[in-house]
Design a protein around this ligand. Structure first.
Ligand code: ADP
Ligand code: ZN
Ligand code: MG
Length: 494
């Protein structure tokens, strides 16, 4: 049982200002492959427990692992995307420990000779760009999942789902280059984005295909040596990562300020109580007795295969952002929003292919589409308005058959019903009123009903003109052609 820590003393802001925090992240991502890393079992998520198992991933005697070439290929894509140097002759080791989720009694992982080292990732935080070093990327197999809750006999028994056992993972370890919880958040966001673009992983924190452990220490500003670190586990959302780091930094400072010292240990983030708890201290750290796995050959990547992977690399977010600026004339900000996820960028480009004008498409996606997707909790792929339908709506607005204001209403209705712009415009009678006689009638009515405003306008108050336009637009339910309204009002009032 983890023992709980007493609540930490609060540290005065001027005290914590004298300290600097140092953070390094260890991130596990599940590689996008059809089968597991050392056997042919499916990697599908959500299958019946223990459906995807075989003698290899169940660790039965006499079975032998064979490296899945696809897992290696995906890890190589990740290495290229993270500017890592490939290590000649990486190799698998056995990491020994006993736990029911590990049927062989050891996990196959890379240790002394990881797949790749010396990479970096550029992050943006508080308007500044910063390069964060990546120490290493290595391949390993996942363990099974222990199920301690949710069964009638959970008070007495635990169950194990071996579907996850043998899933291909890449562990990506950062240098201790991060200085703030916000930077750690930015690093994880950027890493996730790059890995999604490079088609490495789904990076879904809820489904566990992206997992993060955070290492953190503090030191007095100006001090060169790092302080003693703790490692915080169980950070299964971006918010928890940031909160846990903030908490842990304050705890370190409080301990040091009260004359104590930090003990190097692994801690668990307790979500319910919003604090970290000691899980195991250094004295109880595992001795994994690593040694090379004799069942697996050293990993050799031929230059020609690597060149092929390099050639087929998907476009990465930074390149796409620059391209959106240059090709489509978007601002850096708009290009940043539209490339924040690969799927959103794909949506934008699909709207353009269907004839949407770049600037209008960018702005409708950022305002109307994103707002509605957020409100309804839908992903871009699940948008009830497909790219071609948005392009269709923009064409109607562009051609002047509906006003921009009606366009927004049409978009809302399209989102609700999944119908096309044409259908909704016809059904709701939203097509723009171009008829000058009809517009004049509406303008006259507004002018007649507002004699005081007319007097003000004629006395030189130009400001009231806008209110006339507003009233006519309102009377026409946003359908009157604004230009004709303007001209007509000027004539009637002038
Ligand atoms: P360990 O031997 O405990 O596994 P490593 O040196 O392998 O430690 O580093 C693990 C992670 O901890 C890396 O992400 C690294 O950047 C980070 N790290 C190392 N030292 C510190 C420190 N003093 N403070 C914060 N993070 C650190
Ligand atoms: Zn298997
Ligand atoms: Mg280490």
């Amino acid at each position: 049982m983890p023992r709980t820590t007493p609540a930490i003393a609060r540290v005065a802001p001027e005290v914590s200002a004298a300290y600097e925090s140092v953070i390094g992240l260890e991130v596990h991502v599940q590689l996008k492959t059809a089968t597991k890393i050392f056997c042919g079992c499916s990697t599908r998520f959500g299958d019946r427990p223990n459906a995807n198992t075989c003698p290899v991933c169940l660790g039965l005697p006499g079975s032998l692992p064979v490296l899945n070439k696809r897992a290696l290929e995906v890890a190589l894509r990740a290495s290229l995307a993270l500017n890592l140097r490939l290590q000649q002759n990486s190799r698998f080791a056995r990491k020994n420990y006993f736990y029911p989720d590990l049927p062989k009694g050891y996990q196959i992982s890379m240790y002394e000779l990881p797949l790749a080292t010396h990479g970096w990732l550029e992050i943006e935080h508080d308007g500044a760009a910063k390069k964060i070093g990546i120490t290493r990327l290595h391949l390993e197999e996942d363990a099974a999942k222990n199920l301690h809750e949710g069964f009638l006999d959970s008070d007495r028994n635990s169950y194990i789902d071996y579907n996850r056992c043998g899933m291909p993972l890449a562990e990506i370890v950062s240098e201790p280059d991060l200085r703030l919880p916000g930077e750690a958040h930015a690093y994880l966001t950027t890493l996730k984005r790059v890995l999604e673009y490079a088609d490495v992983s789904d990076c879904n924190m809820e489904e566990g295909s992206l997992r993060c452990d955070a290492n953190v220490s503090v030191r007095r500003r100006g001090e060169e040596r790092f302080g003693i670190k703790t490692e915080v586990k169980n950070l299964n959302s971006f918010r928890y990562l940031q909160r846990a780091l903030e908490y842990e930094i304050e705890r370190h400072i409080a301990v040091i300020e009260s004359g104590g010292s930090i003990s190097q240990e692994t801690r668990l983030w307790n979500v319910a109580e919003g604090r970290s708890e000691s899980m195991r201290s250094k004295e109880f750290a595992h001795d994994y007795r690593y040694f090379p796995d004799p069942d697996l050959l050293p990993v050799h990547v031929s230059t020609s295969w690597l060149a092929e992977i390099q050639r087929d690399m998907p476009e990465l977010p930074t390149a796409r952002r620059r391209r959106f600026e240059q090709e489509h004339g978007l601002s850096d900000y708009d290009a940043g929003v539209l490339t924040a996820s690969r799927t959103l960028g794909d949506y934008f480009e699909a709207v353009l292919r269907a004839g949407g004008p770049a600037k209008a498409s960018a702005s409708w996606i950022q305002t109307e589409l994103l707002r509605r997707l957020n409100d309804s909790g839908l992903s871009v792929e699940a948008s009830p308005v497909p790219p071609a339908a948005l392009a269709g709506l923009l064409a109607q607005v562009e051609a002047g058959s509906i006003t921009g204001a009606s366009g927004k209403k049409v978009f809302a209705a399209m989102f609700e019903s999944g119908k096309s712009a044409e259908e909704i415009i016809a059904a709701q009678g939203l097509s723009q009123i171009q008829d000058t006689a009809e517009i004049e009638r509406m303008c006259r009515e507004v002018v007649e009903k507002n004699p005081e405003s007319v007097a003000k306008y004629r006395a030189g108050n130009q400001g009231v003109f806008k209110s006339f336009v507003g009233l006519v637009m309102k009377a026409s339910r946003g359908r009157a052609n604004p230009q004709i309204v303007n001209e007509t009002l000027k004539r009637l009032l002038g």
